[in-house]
Design a protein around this ligand. Structure first.
Ligand SMILES: Cc1ncc(COP(=O)(O)O)c(C=O)c1O
Length: 377
C-alpha cells in the first residue's frame, strides 16, 4: 500500500491541549469556548454574528425555519451537491427545485435560476462546492430582484474568498460544516454566520430548546436570573470540548490553506496538459480553500471514472467519486427534471487524495499511479 490517506484532519498538540483544557475546566457546553469559536468564525468570515450548532444540517434546518420557509415554499438548489443540501429543505417542509450547474466550476449556474422562479419560490440555496465559492454576487442580485432569500451553503468553504472577500457575510446567512472532511473540524459541528442580530439571537434560542437566556448568561448573572421559553426549540448544541478544538483549528487555518494550496498546485502542474484528465478550473475572481481536488475524465479516455478509481485503489491510492447528483437518488428521482450537465459531471469526476499532510512524495505517488493506470488500460 502507498500509505497515502484520502483525507485527514489537520490535528496536532494544539487541538489535543485545547480539548484537554476544556475538559479540565469542567465547562463542557455553552461556555467560553463556544463564544470564542463563534467570535473567531464571525471575524474570519467578515460577518457580525456566529451561531455554533451540532452540524451543518441542524444549522441549516434552524435557519430555514427561522426564516419562515416551510410547506408550500420552493427553494432553488443545485442537484450536484452532498444530498444534505437538498434533504434539509424537505426537513423544513419545503420543496427543493433543482438547478443546473456551470460545467466548468460545478457550482449552480446563475443563468439557470431565473427560469425556475415561480410565485412559490422563497429562497435560493447555492453551494460553494468542495470549497470553490459560487457566484454569490450574481445570485444575491437575482434574490434581490425577485424578493428571494439567499442562504449560502458554505459547508465546505471556510477560508475561501470571493472577489477578495471572505465567505460569511455575503448572503442572508452562510452555514458551515465542521465535519471531519472540512478544513476547520470539530469531528461534527456547524456554524451559521449572519449580519442580522435578531436572526442570530433567534437561532441561539432555537438551538437550546427556545430558552431565553444562554448558559453563559445564566452562569454569569448576579443576582440569580430565571430563563423563559417563549417558543419551542431543539437541542442542536455543540459542546465546548468541540468548540475548543475548533478555536485551535481556526488559528492554524492559514497554515492548512497554504499546505493545501501547495498540493493543488503540484497536482495541477502535472495534470494541466494531461491527455485524459481535466484538472479543476478556478475562475480568476475566486480563491478556493481546496477542501477537495476534483478531476474529470476527458472525452475518449481509455478508462471510465470507476475503472480509474479501481486501478488507483489496486495501487493503494484511495479516491472518492466526485460530487453526487442528488436528483438521481431514490427520494428525488421520480419528480426531478433531466439535468444533463449535472449527470455528466457526477459520472465523470473523481476526487484525488487531498489534505495538509500530503507531502511531495504522496502527491508523486498519486501521479505515478494515475500514469500506470492509463498505461495499463
Ligand atoms: C455541500 C455540503 N452541504 C452540507 C453538508 C452537510 O454537513 P454536515 O455533515 O455538517 O451536516 C456537507 C457535508 O459534507 C456538504 O458537503
Amino acid at each position: 500500500m502507498s500509505g497515502v490517506a484520502f483525507s485527514r484532519p489537520f490535528f496536532g498538540p494544539e487541538e489535543e491541549e485545547a480539548a484537554a483544557a476544556a475538559v479540565r475546566s469542567h465547562w463542557v457546553v455553552g461556555g467560553p469556548q463556544l463564544r470564542a469559536l463563534e467570535e473567531g468564525f464571525a471575524a474570519l468570515g467578515g460577518a457580525a454574528h456566529g451561531v455554533g450548532v451540532s452540524s451543518w444540517t441542524t444549522g441549516a434546518f434552524l435557519l430555514l425555519k427561522a426564516l419562515g420557509i416551510g410547506p408550500g415554499d420552493e427553494v432553488i438548489v443545485p442537484s450536484l451537491t452532498f444530498i444534505a443540501s437538498v434533504n434539509v429543505i424537505v426537513h423544513a417542509g419545503a420543496t427543493p427545485v433543482f438547478a443546473e450547474i456551470d460545467p466548468r466550476t460545478y457550482n449552480i449556474d446563475p443563468d439557470a435560476i431565473a427560469a425556475l422562479i415561480t410565485p412559490r419560490t422563497k429562497a435560493i440555496l447555492p453551494v460553494d462546492q468542495i470549497g470553490l465559492p459560487c457566484e454569490i454576487d450574481r445570485i444575491a442580485a437575482i434574490g434581490e430582484r425577485h424578493g428571494l432569500l439567499v442562504i449560502q451553503d458554505a459547508a465546505c468553504s471556510v477560508g475561501a474568498r470571493f472577489r477578495g472577500r471572505p465567505i460569511g457575510g455575503l448572503a442572508v446567512a452562510s452555514v458551515f460544516s465542521l465535519h471531519a472532511r472540512k478544513l476547520v473540524t470539530t469531528g461534527e459541528g456547524g456554524m451559521i454566520l449572519t449580519n442580522d442580530a435578531d436572526l442570530a439571537a433567534r437561532l441561539r434560542r432555537q438551538r437550546h430548546q427556545g430558552m431565553s437566556l444562554s448558559d453563559f448568561e445564566r452562569h454569569g448573572a448576579a443576582p440569580t436570573v430565571f430563563e423563559s421559553y417563549p417558543e419551542i426549540g431543539y437541542n442542536f448544541r455543540i459542546t465546548d470540548v468541540q468548540a475548543a478544538i475548533g478555536v485551535a483549528q481556526l488559528q492554524r487555518l492559514p497554515q492548512a490553506l497554504a499546505l493545501r494550496q501547495a498540493v493543488a498546485e503540484r497536482y495541477s502542474a502535472a495534470l494541466s496538459a494531461h491527455r485524459w484528465l481535466e484538472p479543476p478550473h478556478v475562475p480568476a475572481h475566486v480563491t478556493p480553500n481546496w477542501q477537495s481536488y476534483q478531476v474529470r475524465l476527458r472525452a475518449g479516455a481509455r478508462l471510465t471514472r470507476n475503472g480509474l478509481m479501481d486501478a488507483l485503489h489496486a495501487q493503494g491510492i484511495p479516491t472518492r467519486r466526485g460530487v453526487m447528483a442528488s436528483h438521481l437518488e431514490a427520494p428525488y428521482r421520480a419528480t426531478a427534471p433531466a439535468l444533463p450537465q449535472t449527470e455528466r459531471a457526477a459520472a465523470e469526476c473523481l476526487l484525488l487524495p487531498m489534505h495538509p499532510g500530503l507531502d511531495d512524495a504522496g502527491v508523486a505517488a498519486v501521479l505515478t499511479a494515475i500514469d500506470r493506470a492509463f498505461a495499463g488500460a
